[in-house]
Design a protein around this ligand. Structure first.
Ligand SMILES: *Cc1c(COP(=O)(O)O)cnc(C)c1O
Length: 473
């Protein structure tokens, strides 16, 4: 352990020896130029909203390249990256095996709109090693996978309503861009313009970690709820780790009421383990959706279920779903290369152990200094919560004002060469490309940034309030 860190843990450090001053901001000239240009082409200058850096300081960094755990922006600034393209890059950036495999496949053309052997290969790799599903359909994004899973649930149950949880994100599906109204069990209110109220009326929104609310919803809408949808581990609005007991309660009530349980594992699938959160909780959902990691950095989504349920999808059954680029050979090749690495013995154990050491050490630092700061973590996912609560399981427990602290921390981390997703509601990801040396460097930058955040908090108690985010990447 580094000497300066040792001091911190023994509590004997000289207060003055710790960096308390913010560093000068990194240069963003080239990024600024590119951003200016992008604003002519795209609303807000971006193709997905959170990228616009609205909840943090400065303008978005335009990324030039990535390699391993590093990214470089257009101005040549280098960062250790914990965003990982929002989750897909579990092997880090520019993985040689994925790159080579994709290059090989591309020599034969990029899309045919006809079946290829590569679809079989990726499907076989997945189904041999995931015993929770029997048949699958590839899509081109997580959103499409979720949208299709919901259509399947409605088609099979002949019911219209969906129950979702406040604080869970499932992509930009119309009927799921819905937030809770007031009251225990409510119809949602749309969280985006352009969604008919009649769609939102088919979506019931309840709080996470609240059995009574789910029971009441099933009572109130007897025989009307087609499916309950939940993120494997809610990780799009903080990291809201649910109790195993609660997840099993959802399984049981769905079975009892004739509703389907949809696990949205777009983040957690292939992340918590090859079989995702469903295996972690030891539960068998009726339909599971995947995305992110499955495409090795290229656009792939997937939904899967029992062979019987999947037989309802067209052309076998009457639930229509399609895609021009679904099962695209280049994307399949990237997925095969990535998932092959994940199946190597000890992959998840090493990654998860590395992550726990990292987050535990950050937590020890914060606790030793009485900072109101908790690192929530599961597998290789982590989330920095500025709170003194022991655990946070619902989105209502997240204090929007605490996002001011994240905002400051984000700037301090960028100035120290650490890149986190530009919103305090987003989680971070550790990849297999993060070595101990880089994690050690990242920790020191995090320690310094925390010192600055909490010192500044003391001097500006009761500052401006943060904005709760309504959308995610
Ligand atoms: C990212 C995400 C989605 C949406 O996936 P896209 O590929 O962005 O459409 C859906 N559900 C969850 C849980 C996600 O994290």
């Amino acid at each position: 352990m580094l000497d300066s860190l040792k001091k911190i843990f023994t509590g004997s450090e000289d207060e003055k020896s710790i960096s308390t001053s913010s560093r000068p901001d990194i240069s963003r000239e080239k990024s600024a130029e590119l951003y200016q240009k992008a604003k002519n082409y795209f609303p807000g200058g971006v193709n997905s909203p959170v990228r616009a850096f609205k909840s943090v300081y400065g303008i978005p960094l335009f990324i030039q390249k990535g390699d391993g755990c590093f990214i470089w922006d257009a101005d040549g600034n280098q960062f250790i990256d914990f965003c990982g393209s929002w989750g897909p890059l579990i092997l880090g950036h520019n993985n040689a095996k994925i790159r080579e495999s994709v290059g090989e496949v591309m020599k034969n053309g990029m899309s045919f709109g006809a079946p290829t052997a590569l679809e079989n290969d990726l499907a076989e790799l997945i189904l041999k090693n995931n015993k929770l599903i029997e048949k699958i359909r590839f899509t081109s994004s997580g959103t499409e996978a979720v949208m299709s899973a919901i259509r399947l649930a409605r088609g099979v149950t002949k019911r219209d309503k969906i129950l979702k949880f406040e604080g869970c994100y499932h992509g930009h599906v119309d009927s799921l861009l819905v937030k809770a109204g007031s009251g225990l069990v409510t119809f949602g209110e749309t969280s985006s313009a352009g969604i008919p109220k009649s769609f939102a009326d088919e979506t019931i929104v309840v709080s996470l970690n609240d059995k009574a609310a789910v029971e009441q919803a099933f009572e109130q809408f007897k025989d009307q709820i087609a499916a309950v949808i939940i993120e494997g581990v809610p990780a799009n609005n903080g990291l809201l780790i649910q109790d195993k007991d609660y997840i099993h309660f959802l399984r049981d009530i769905c079975t009892k009421e004739g509703s389907l349980l949809i696990f949205d594992e777009v983040i957690t699938g292939f992340r918590l383990g090859f079989e995702g959160a469903a295996r972690y909780y030891d539960i068998k959902p009726d339909i599971i959706t995947y995305g992110k990691i499955i495409g090795g950095g290229l656009p792939v989504g997937m939904y899967g279920a029992s062979a019987a349920l999947m037989s309802n999808i067209s052309p076998e059954g009457s639930v229509y779903q399609a895609g021009t680029l679904s099962g695209n050979p280049v994307a399949m090749a990237a997925g095969i290369a990535q998932l092959t690495e994940l199946l190597k013995s000890g992959f998840y154990k090493d990654l998860n152990n590395k992550t726990s050491e990292f987050v535990e050490s950050i937590q020890r630092f914060a606790t030793a200094r009485n900072y109101k700061f908790k690192v929530n973590s599961i597998g290789s996912i982590f989330w920095f919560a500025f709170t003194d609560k022991e655990t946070i399981k619902t989105s209502e427990e997240i204090d929007p004002a605490s996002m001011d602290k994240f905002k400051l921390m984000h700037r301090e981390l960028l100035n120290r060469g650490i890149y986190l997703g530009p919103s305090g509601y987003e989680v971070g990801f550790v990849s297999s490309a993060h070595s101990k040396i880089e994690l050690e460097k990242a920790k020191r930058a995090i320690f310094d940034s925390l010192d600055i955040v909490f010192r500044s908090a003391r001097s500006t108690e009761g500052g401006t309030r943060g904005q709760k985010q309504d959308e995610t990447e």
